[in-house]
Write a protein that binds this ligand. Sequence first.
Ligand SMILES: [Zn+2]
Ligand SMILES: [Zn+2]
Ligand SMILES: [Zn+2]
Length: 471
Amino acid sequence: MARLGWVSLSPALAPPGSVEGLELNTFPSLEALLEQPQGCDVVVLDGPPEAMGTAARRLRADHRYQLGLIYTSRAGDPWCAALCDGELPGDGAAIATAWQQWQERQPLFNRGQAPEGVDQSLLCWLWQRPGAAIQPVRDPGHAQIYRYPLVEAITADERLNSDGWLRQKEQENLLEGGDLIDRIRQCPACSSSRLNYVDVCPECHGLDIVRQPSLHCFVCGHVAPQQNFLKGDALVCPNCLSQLRHIGSDYDRPLENYRCRGCGAFFVDADVDVRCLDCCDVNQPNDLRVREIRSFRLSEAGALACRQGLGDNGAIGSYFRRLKLMDRGDFLKALDWQMAIARRYGKSSGSAIAALLGVRIENIEQLFVDVGEARATAMLEGLLERLQQIIRDTDRCMRGREDTLWLLLPHTSARGLDRVRERLQEGLERIQSSAGAAELSLKFVGCVLPEQIQDDENAALMLARLAGDLR
Ligand SMILES: [Zn+2]
Ligand SMILES: [Zn+2]
Ligand SMILES: [Zn+2]
């Protein structure tokens, strides 16, 4: 029976007498729970929204409660949303079911090994909650405005830069960014977003500028504030003393509407200086760093890595290694070489120089979930065998991001490329029919040299362009 810890964060709130199907332990404060050596399986925080948010932060920073289920008794603040598992899912039976699902997933992480270090802890937190995301919270008091409470709490001892960590894991293809939530500008010196945009004089960058309607004398060209021209009820140029009667022929109003009280300059538009309120650095708006704010979830490759083992012994890695893979640098060199040949001779010879094929397994993580490890592994083995049959000695392979394979096929035309694709698909159908309903779904992208090379494109750019079509 799961041990439920009910924490009352306000003396006015009485805990329930019992929760059906669960062993209820009540605590009058968060400290009381943390002091209890035995710990609880599931925690419920009961209190005002902000108190629940603060308590959730402390719980997630404590290694005993980093990964477990934490519910709130009512709607919490944004910190609760980023750190907890939501409001109570229902009665004791609903909590028990959630706890059971959580427990069933636990041994599937990293081949049963407990998460080590903050990297694995954060990945494991996501792994334990399919579909969950690491959410940002807006905090105007903080220099960077947006924070990731979960990363901060779990990495509390390490003082890790949460934004940097998330982007690093995104580059490693373990995490993927969700919807764009906001875009903010940062001081390039200290990364603060507490910035003041001030209008200044374009000549001396002084702050003291005023809007001042002016006149422009056509007789002598003098420009001065409007009131300097007023003589009784007539307009007289203070410089050449001509009387100005008609706007358009004697004088006009210049576009320069601002005046600097420091250096006396007249100007049309003020410049904008950006002053950092934290480090006092002054920058032009264009020099600010732009930061996109997103939530982050486990990518398919990340989920697979969690299941198959983090580190070098990931499963797809060991399958792909059997294909005599080239490393990225060598593959790019080989592709650049073929592209150069194609550019030089391809158009005149009229024959195909080479083709590039990208293959991505779209649903590998889902497959492991649907048919179980043994059958999913067998299907991958089958696919690999098929690939080994198709690939010729002169072909070159490289593994792209986790679940993508690139094949460079010399002397291959568009028709030849289609045939390779068909043979792979045929092989796949054979594997599928022996594996029942489950389907391994492949996505292809191809490029024939020289016809489909774009101008000014090198191997790396071409791969990046094609990889976009595989996503
Ligand atoms: Zn000035
Ligand atoms: Zn004049
Ligand atoms: Zn700064």
